[in-house]
Design a protein around this ligand. Structure first.
Ligand code: 0GY
Length: 313
């Protein structure tokens, strides 16, 4: 059951996540990883950040793990969301209770100690997230972020970046100076009303082409789509307008792509996706079993469970 207890006012303008998702028709390959999802609260136990830009609905680790099992995933990568700021307690608690089946991406500030980073590493953290989406965060100086990147590089972690496509030109020099692997959330949020071979998305493709340390999550069709969840005339599936973008990235960079549900889908105001149907979107963007295995198993294991990479899981 959902809970709305905690230190916050009721959700304003954000839909609750979808209960009772369908069983996907697409059968995920064995060992598949949901490489982008969140835990929120519960707020009574893990209060939301005072500086947050939205207040989510509680979405607990138990609910996340139940969804994992229902959809057929083996593992989760839990990503710190801005509503918890740099307090990673809910994420750390989820990692501790995951029986080794979850790894994490945290948000930290310059003041984080080496001992804290070591504790996070032992719990399964393998990355930090830098967020540049202006509606979600206040500005953090680039020198602070670069300093953090240098420190986490020593742990073998990577940097996850979240930004809007229009901001890529301005952020290019900073991104290309990062000394680690760099994972882009949601293909850098292209405007899917623009052509896939237009200047905006071509710049993103060039970013990946020129920098072999850059990976992309081909996630969040529900967030990027303008056509929406209805199957368009003559088409069999939802989010049709996102397909050419995600498919292009998967086919061009098959060894540097990841996929995640983004459960519980913060900040969606028009519709809340059925996570089962989101899984059914995958074969439209990774069109054969080899691409699917790379996207869902090989690539996330290489990044988050390198000790298992190459083994049957
Ligand atoms: C996502 C997307 C969003 C939110 C966050 O950290 C966050 O608050 O990432 C968004 O609003 O686009 O990946 O969860």
């Amino acid at each position: 059951m959902k809970s709305t207890t905690g230190n916050f006012t009721p959700t304003a303008g954000w839909l609750d996540w979808f209960e009772g998702p369908a069983k996907p028709r697409f059968v995920l390959p064995a060992g598949a990883v949901d490489a982008h999802c969140h835990v929120f609260g519960p707020g009574a136990q893990f209060p939301y950040a005072p500086e947050r830009k939205y207040t989510p609905c509680d979405a607990s680790k138990e609910q996340l793990f139940a969804l994992r099992d229902h959809l057929g995933f083996a593992k989760n990568v839990i990503v710190q969301a801005t509503c918890h700021g740099a307090d990673n307690s809910a994420l750390m608690d989820a990692l501790h209770h995951s029986n080794g089946q979850a790894r994490g991406v945290v948000t930290v500030k310059r003041g984080v100690t080496d001992a804290e980073l070591q504790t996070m590493h032992a719990a399964g953290v393998r990355g930090v997230r830098f967020n540049f989406v202006k509606r979600l965060v206040d500005f953090t100086p680039k020198d602070e972020l670069l300093e953090i990147a240098q420190r986490i590089k020593a742990l073998g972690w990577h940097v996850v970046i979240y930004f809007e496509a229009v901001d890529l030109p301005e952020l290019w020099d900073f991104f290309t100076a990062l000394p680690t692997q760099v994972v882009v959330d949601h293909m850098g949020r292209p405007n899917v009303a623009h052509p896939v071979d237009g200047p905006e998305f071509s710049l993103f493709m060039k970013f990946m082409q020129q920098h072999e340390n850059v990976w992309s999550k081909v996630s969040c069709p529900e967030r990027l789509s303008i056509s929406g969840p209805q199957a368009l005339q003559g088409q069999q599936h939802a989010y049709q307008d996102v397909v050419p973008f995600a498919r292009h990235v998967v086919q061009t960079f098959p060894d540097r792509v990841l996929w995640g549900t983004d459960w519980p889908h913060p900040n969606l105001k028009d519709h809340m996706p059925d996570d089962g149907l989101l899984v059914d979107f995958i074969p439209h963007i990774a069109v054969n079993s080899e691409l699917q295995r790379k996207l869902l198993v090989d690539n996330p294991l290489r990044l988050y469970w390198p000790e298992l990479s190459g083994q049957a899981s």
